[in-house]
Design a protein around this ligand. Structure first.
Ligand code: ADP
Ligand code: MG
Length: 283
């Protein structure tokens, strides 16, 4: 569904050039929910703008839902933005028209005929927990409800891919959890692929995979295995020629690893343990 390879994006102004993405790889299968994580300035929003068809890659490969983002006419790009993807911008207010009700905001974003438009809009709002707020204006909604509405707007056209840039940044963790729980279930039913940016390690767990971006490149990838309650993280990291790897921060913190760790060579893997761990505990 998403196939990026060696993606480069350079912001150019008269004075300077900023290389925001420098050879990023990203592959997302149909129906996946993937989180993009990384420090501020690492290139997350730049990536989302490219996937959303807002910015054109400077170099590299970027194909989304069969559309080649590097070679589209303006007309094709326009259609792509309206039909292939739904995009929730980093500042969620920008996604909503304040003078329209919740229902009208979603209806406006659909391209189908009036009857289907109404059905779909209502369905999305109900599924996102806004059934009781169909006629409320955005200003009357709580923070979590505004995000729910913005998500319904982004899904209005039945896009192949939902893109959301830090959708829950302004919410407390409990509210963010509730929103993402409803969203995940809706996406599954709609069979919609999703890529969302998040800063919050708690929320990464809603994704089947977490991709870390560092300095405009994909650095590590975590796959959550098993149910959401009992998850095992399986991470792919790069090993350099000297055999050095960087352990993911979450792993280091989980086991409170500091300075020295114990490495144990097993038949087909290497275990990394706290230095004082008891021997003989094989998995
Ligand atoms: P993130 O969303 O991960 O915080 P961004 O994609 O917004 O990161 O930014 C990546 C890099 O590109 C940063 O160094 C940022 O300063 C730079 N950048 C972002 N937008 C612009 C712009 N419009 N002009 C110039 N540089 C930009
Ligand atoms: Mg950003």
């Amino acid at each position: 569904m998403v196939d990026c390879e060696g993606l480069v994006y350079i912001y150019k102004s008269r004075q300077l050039e900023v290389v925001a993405l420098q050879g990023l790889d990203l592959h997302v299968e149909s129906g996946e929910m993937v989180a993009i994580a990384g420090r501020s300035g690492s290139g997350k929003t730049t990536l989302m703008n490219i996937l959303a068809g807002v910015d054109v890659p400077t170099a590299g490969k970027a194909v989304v839902a069969g559309h080649d983002l590097t070679r589209m006419s303006e007309t094709e790009r326009d259609r792509y933005r309206h039909e292939a993807v739904g995009y929730l911008l980093q500042r969620s207010q920008a996604n909503l028209l304040p003078q329209l009700t919740a229902l009208e905001n979603v209806q406006l974003a659909t391209l189908t005929g009036p009857a289907a438009r109404d059905d779909r809009a209502r369905h999305l709002l109900v599924r996102l927990g806004l059934g009781g707020h169909l006629h409320a204006r955005p200003a009357a909604l709580a923070g979590g409800e505004k995000i729910r509405l913005a998500l319904a707007v982004a899904l209005a056209n039945g896009p192949s891919v939902l893109l959301a840039d830090e959708p829950t940044a302004e919410l407390d963790t409990a509210t963010a959890h509730a929103v993402l729980t409803d969203l995940a279930s809706l996406l599954e039913d709609l069979d919609t692929t999703a890529v969302f940016v998040t800063h919050d390690p708690e929320l990464e767990r809603f994704a089947g995979r977490v991709i870390q971006i560092r300095d405009g490149k994909t650095s590590t990838e975590t796959r959550w295995i098993g149910s959401r309650e009992a998850m095992v993280a399986d991470e792919l990291v790069i090993m350099d020629r000297a055999g050095r790897i960087q352990l993911p921060r979450a792993f280091v913190e989980k086991l409170a690893l500091k300075e020295r760790v114990r490495l144990r060579l097993e038949d087909d893997h290497i275990a990394i343990l706290p230095p004082d761990s008891a021997d003989g505990q094989h998995d």
